[in-house]
Design a protein around this ligand. Structure first.
Ligand SMILES: [Zn+2]
Length: 58
């Protein structure tokens, strides 16, 4: 176990889909024209991108 107290160096972000907190280094990020989204995994990425495509079709 690595119990170093260096929390300043571990950036934590929120999954844009399930709002879970995840280390930035493990997040999947998507950059669009006017947004950046982060995801804890492919499942959330998948759900989110489908919602977004639905919105953009209108
Ligand atoms: Zn998630």
């Amino acid at each position: 176990m690595n119990n170093q107290n260096n929390s300043n160096e571990t950036e934590v972000i929120e999954c844009s889909q399930c709002l879970k907190e995840i280390p930035a280094s493990e997040a999947k990020s998507v950059e669009g024209i006017d947004y950046i989204a982060h995801f804890c995994g492919l499942e959330c990425y998948d759900k989110w991108i489908k919602e977004k495509q639905k919105q953009e079709k209108e």
